[in-house]
Design a protein around this ligand. Sequence first.
Ligand code: ADP
Ligand code: MG
Length: 265
Amino acid sequence: MTTSRTPEVLKQVQYLASALKAPRIGDVASRLADQARDAGWSFEDYLAAVLDREVSARNASGADQRIRHAGFGARKTLDDFDFDAQPAVRQQVAALAGGGFLTEARNVVLLGPPGTGKTHLAIGLGIKAAHHGHRVLFATATDWVTRLTDAHRAGKLAGELAKLRRYGLIIVDEVGYLPFEQDAANLFFQLVSSRYEHASLILTSNLPFSSWGGVFGDQVVAAAMIDRIVHHADVLTLKGASYRLRNRGIDTLPSIRTTTGDNPG
Ligand code: ADP
Ligand code: MG
């Protein structure tokens, strides 16, 4: 039976919870108390249940904030990914989803032709990272270079790199989509170096490492960069035709042959 004091005590709990800036405690205290009485919980069980609601709610809103801040173009989750289309990476992605690579400051490289799900998996892993409590930033390689160039011009490159090191995960999408000028390649190299063994990178590219010399305009810079990236990295190679074009009766990108037949050359 509830005693006549209960409403007053609940009011006090609500006041104390708001003083602690833990409003969910006030919201759940009464309901969980009923549950505790019904199920015969110990005082410790009850306290743990109440605190758990507050902590879970804080974690969820923290993750949501980190996801909004990350700059993902679209919210692609690992749950939405059809691993039957890429069975070879199923195990690797499942292991990475646990987030251990972030605490070890390891990198992930996603390689493969266009449309095979590199960006999707990078965002999916980024969302997982946010749920594991890591700050995340996503941008294309070109956007990263623009950002670093701006910082460099303003004489603030070191500060910018230090700021970025506070992010547990930086995602660089589409490495190799556009080749870099030499200055840009050097800035990108500094980004990679500054994170080496400190914090994780996920990179995606539709070019094999052997072609990165062309992207960075210099075999030596490319080799030094690849060395730092893959020293502690999981490299996932996606294969096959574009997922965008599946079930369309075409399994390759359109060829340049005309269909009119009047221009066989
Ligand atoms: P990439 O970055 O390799 O060019 P994307 O990740 O952008 O490819 O994938 C292209 C589109 O196809 C996206 O809308 C993505 O969500 C979807 N997609 C690709 N692979 C899969 C998959 N295995 N399961 C579900 N959706 C996929
Ligand atoms: Mg992509």
